[in-house]
Write a protein that binds this ligand. Structure first.
Ligand SMILES: Cc1cc2nc3c(=O)[nH]c(=O)nc-3n(C[C@H](O)[C@H](O)[C@H](O)COP(=O)(O)O)c2cc1C
Length: 186
């Protein structure tokens, strides 16, 4: 199975998530191409792949605009093959109903902007990447971390991503793509 994984990242965690999914699937004999939405070129044409995964992270309720552009541009081809959206956020690590509702709103806004209703939307807990933040961002994120009961030690990053769970999701998607009929121009 040939999978295209296009990601948008601001501090790097979504890139790490994309690399993990690709590595996991490669281990199982699949071919995965990872492309940053910012650098997406002709080499990232969904028509040449069996399945497409779009991964992006939430920053103040929005996903990266490069991802929105990519999805809009390739909507027909994405819809024509097995597809999934990986949404990376800190709310995904929360048990608070308000956080879950907030994520639903982010995805609804994304759908409205792109016209894409993913076959699967999977919420992935991201990270506090204190070391990549500037002073203000670090201060704001430390404040959020304190309220959420996460470490406020800004000398290192704090990852909340559940890697085994992500691996299970990747397996599910690969299984589905393998079973889906080929020959889908889009
Ligand atoms: C400035 C800023 C704003 C953020 N806004 C949200 C938000 O609205 N909702 C949320 O759940 N997470 C939010 N996050 C958390 C990010 O989604 C999380 O840190 C994620 O791992 C970032 O992924 P990236 O490194 O690929 O950009 C925010 C993070 C930062 C730094």
């Amino acid at each position: 199975m040939k999978l295209l994984l296009v990601y948008g990242t601001t501090e790097g965690q979504t890139h790490k998530v994309a690399r993990f999914v690709a590595g996991h699937l490669a281990h199982r004999g699949h071919q995965t191409r990872i492309v940053s939405a910012i650098e997406a070129t002709a080499a990232a044409n969904p028509r040449e792949f069996d399945a497409v995964v779009i991964a992006a992270s939430v920053h103040t309720g929005r996903y990266q605009s490069a991802i929105i552009h990519f999805v809009r541009k390739h909507l027909a081809a994405i819809n024509a093959r097995p597809n999934a959206f990986l949404s990376i956020s800190l709310s995904a690590a929360s048990n608070d109903e308000n956080d879950a509702r907030g994520l639903d709103r982010c995805v609804a806004d994304f759908t409205q902007r792109t016209g894409w209703i993913p076959q699967h939307t999977h919420h992935v807990a991201g990270a506090f990447r204190y070391r990549s933040y500037g002073l203000l961002k670090r201060w704001a994120m430390r404040y959020i971390a304190r309220r959420k009961g996460v470490s406020t030690d800004t000398s290192r990053d704090h990852e909340l991503t559940d890697w085994p769970e992500l691996a299970r999701f990747a397996d599910l998607l690969a299984g589905e793509a393998e079973r889906a009929p080929r020959n889908r121009p889009g």
